[in-house]
Design a protein around this ligand. Structure first.
Ligand code: HMG
Ligand code: MG
Length: 284
């Protein structure tokens, strides 16, 4: 099993999307460039979603146009539908992510449709991405609990995670959207999943509500996962998950993994530059 972990940096998207005060496009670009300089190789730069739903991401095209692209860095964006795909393709994104929910309540709140309907929307996105040679990541939200429906049965996570892979996602990022997980409840979800899905096709996406996200990373590492989403400075939340705080701090993931002997390739001193920008945003 690999002794290297990958952090998928989601701060510029998940970290910023819920902020009420509009962050300047130039600041978003500076944050992304600083993350790339620090050695993050997967950066979710923005999302091409309805600006009526998420006004903070309305400048997605300008953000993509302004970044100083570094070789070897994948600049990704979230796309809920074909309209989002068109915009992501025009902006030159290196990969996109579709996002589904393991619970009906969150699907309706986040995408305004049922889970099944969301997959119907994904079908043309997957087909056209394949034609364009664009890799697609899949998010599955509410894998532990849903802010509307309560605890999520692990069988539901299993069903929809497999479906995301079947339709062509290269990886499924498992979202503990409201940070409800414990190492035990995460284990209850992961163990049956890992029967059927190789660990290298799963990622952990943990929000740090109760300060347990580091423990979830350790549990997931123990079970074989090696990719973790994280947000610089712990910025973040989801506008459709009331009370959801930031993603686990990027530095926390790197330190947890390093303490267990995993390498990560990120320069922690340079990460400090990105953290300064994140802190200046959070302080507004
Ligand atoms: P809707 O209102 O049902 O659909 O929203 P619509 O087709 O009527 O569109 C509404 C308006 O948005 C229309 O404009 C469309 O043209 C426009 P209007 O006629 O009102 O001027 N529109 C778009 N504009 C730009 N880009 C697009 C796009 N699509 C439509 N792609 C919709 C349905 C899916 C669009 C909406 O629900 C939406 O945008 N949802 C996204 C919500 C979101 O971004 N949530 C946060 C990200 S997910 C997350 O944080 C969880 C995650 O981190 C994992 C975890 O933690 O669990 C990934
Ligand atoms: Mg999230």
């Amino acid at each position: 099993m690999s002794d290297t972990i990958t952090v998928f940096e989601v701060g510029p998207r998940d970290g910023l999307q819920s902020l009420g005060v509009q962050v300047a496009t130039a600041t978003k670009i500076a944050l992304i460039d600083a993350l790339a300089r620090a050695g993050l190789r997967k950066i979710e730069a923005t999302s091409f979603v309805s600006p009526r739903w998420v006004p903070q991401m309305a400048d997605a095209g300008d953000v993509m146009a302004g970044i100083n692209r570094q070789q070897g860095v994948t600049y990704a964006a979230l796309t809920p539908n074909e309209r989002g795909l068109d915009l992501a393709l025009a902006a030159g994104c290196d990969e996109i992510a579709i996002f589904a929910s393991a619970s009906e309540g969150f699907s309706h709140a986040n995408l305004n449709c049922s889970i099944e309907e969301s997959f119907a929307r994904f079908a043309p996105v997957m087909q056209r991405s394949a034609e364009a040679g664009l890799p697609v990541r899949g998010y599955l939200s509410a894998v532990i609990a849903c802010p509307y429906d309560g605890p999520t049965p692990p069988a539901q996570v299993h069903r929809w995670a497999e479906r995301l892979l079947e339709i062509g996602c290269y990886e499924v990022s498992l979202g503990d959207t409201i940070g409800a997980g414990t190492p035990d409840t995460l284990g209850n979800v992961l163990k049956p999943l890992l029967h059927d899905i190789p660990a290298d096709r799963l990622a952990g996406h943990f929000h740090d509500t109760n300060g347990l996200a580091g423990d979830l990373v350790v549990r997931a590492l123990d079970l074989g996962l090696r990719t973790f989403d994280a947000s610089v400075g712990g910025l973040g939340g989801c506008p459709y998950a009331p009370g959801a705080p930031g993603n686990i701090d990027t530095r926390k993931v790197l330190e947890c993994a390093a303490a267990l002997g995993f390498s990560h390739g990120v320069d922690l001193a340079l990460l400090g530059d990105a953290e300064q920008i994140a802190m200046s945003i959070a302080a507004r």
